[in-house]
Write a protein that binds this ligand. Structure first.
Ligand SMILES: [Zn+2]
Length: 439
């Protein structure tokens, strides 16, 4: 009898579950329609007037002409007096870095004076700052001694605990002995380092494996470290990893279907970065014509981070001051050559090295002043960066099927690129984070 009762109970449960299963194809998410006065969609070469962006859930359902019918009951956001763009992508940031101002202890204070909770709080602030300014995606290229904290901040954002952009994290980054801070302390002191230091291909591969195991979306490698001006007045950079060491990292990382970003200023280190198969060159201050050609052949991405080399120069008559000026001088030439050669350029700032209180969009003005057309600069921070991140069609574009990453500025950024520093509306993954345009 008891056996039979159990059967009946089980049958009833199964019936109920089945019945519920049949009746609960979930209702469609509510529809939001954004009326865009001007739409720069991230891919098209020209803006379009009076467009409607239909957003359902986290995604764009379709984009239609302004005359299309809006279903009754939809939530309408009127941005008809604004320019609407895809959420921006900064492809080179450090949310865990809190400036490098010598008057505030420089780089070293980040590691020596701030505990992990303070650093996490600052990274939380940085993530929010980025989103407020319309940067809905960051490629965050190293935590500067804060371990795997970027992946945990990313987790906190994804679970909705804190606001922030979509993050592609690189965790600890890799360099060699003598190839990263902290340095210049008494040799008998065992100082913490801002990156994971390796020597030899075996250690290099192991470091990549450890970082990938703990969630790195990209691997960041330092291919140059110190730089100075030699007797002939040339900028020289100390190379770090050998080609064999880098190849071990690239081989391992590509096996995980991930990519390798290489910090490389110029000279031997930059050449090794290209010969070793780096996917993106970070900074690339001085790129020779042969290296430009090699980047074209290999399809290497170029993330120039111009702004970072124009702030806080040391005094002109000091070695550091000469170095700072030489860096900016050669960088300009390289960037112009890269535009000419149609290299794949992505927007990146090195925020964190630049204080997070400063505007991220300052890089747009730098790019334009060195000859980049405003639409190209916008695409470098939208569809081009998305392609580098293997997110083509999903972010960096406003089109059917993409994530609903939508921002708006009051003016016309094609006339005044500075408008991109004036973001007044931010939608991230279909949710409005900021709206100071419509009340
Ligand atoms: Zn950096």
């Amino acid at each position: 009898m008891r056996h039979c009762l159990a059967c009946i109970t089980l049958a009833l449960i199964l019936y109920c579950v089945g019945a519920r299963g049949q009746s609960t194809s979930p209702p469609p998410a509510p529809l939001t329609v954004i009326r865009a006065g001007t739409l720069i969609d991230g891919v098209s070469e020209a803006p379009r007037k009076n467009q409607l962006i239909f957003v359902r859930g986290k995604r764009v359902e379709k984009v239609a002409d302004g005359s299309a019918a809006i279903p009754s009951g939809s939530h309408v956001i009127d941005l008809s007096n604004a320019t609407v763009l895809p959420g921006l992508i900064d492809a080179h940031t450090h949310i865990f870095l809190w400036g490098e101002d010598p008057n505030k202890g420089g780089y070293d204070a980040n590691i020596l004076k701030a505990g992990i909770a303070l650093r996490a709080a600052r990274a939380t602030y940085a993530a929010r700052r980025a989103l407020e300014q319309g940067f809905t995606t960051l490629r965050d290229l190293e935590t500067e001694g804060a371990g795997f904290g970027d992946i945990e901040i990313k987790q906190a954002i994804e679970e909705g605990t804190i606001p922030g952009p979509r993050i592609f994290g690189a965790t600890r980054a890799i360099s060699t002995t003598g190839g990263y801070n902290l340095e210049d302390y008494a040799p008998e002191l065992e100082m913490p380092k801002g990156a994971q230091l390796v020597d030899g291909p075996v250690e290099a591969r192991k470091a990549a494996r450890q970082q990938l195991e703990h969630g790195a979306d990209w691997i960041k490698v330092y291919m140059t470290h110190r730089s100075w001006v030699d007797k002939q007045g040339n900028l020289v950079s100390q190379p770090t990893l050998t080609v064999e060491e880098l190849k071990a990292i690239v081989d391992e990382t590509h096996g995980w279907q991930k990519k390798v970003a290489c910090h490389a200023y110029n000279g031997i280190g930059l050449q090794r970065a290209l010969d070793g198969g780096c996917d993106s060159i970070e900074h690339g201050l001085e790129i020779s014509d042969a290296q430009i050609a090699q980047m074209q052949r290999q399809g290497t991405w170029y993330c120039p981070t111009i702004s970072a080399y124009y702030g806080d120069w040391a005094q002109a008559d000091t070695p550091a001051g000469k170095r700072d000026r030489a860096r900016a001088a050669v960088h300009e030439i390289s960037f112009k050559k890269a535009i000419e050669a149609r290299l794949k350029i992505v927007f990146g700032t090195d925020m964190g090295g630049i204080p997070w209180t400063e505007p991220i969009a300052q890089e747009f003005a730098r790019m334009k002043s060195l000859g980049m057309a405003p639409m190209d600069a916008i695409q470098s921070a939208t569809s081009r960066a998305a392609e580098m991140l293997d997110m083509k069609g999903e972010i960096g574009v406003i089109a059917a099927g993409a994530y609903a990453e939508v921002i708006a500025v009051p003016g016309d950024p094609l006339k005044d690129i500075g408008e991109l520093g004036n973001v007044r509306f931010v939608m991230h993954d279909g949710a409005v984070f900021r709206n100071e345009i419509t009340k």
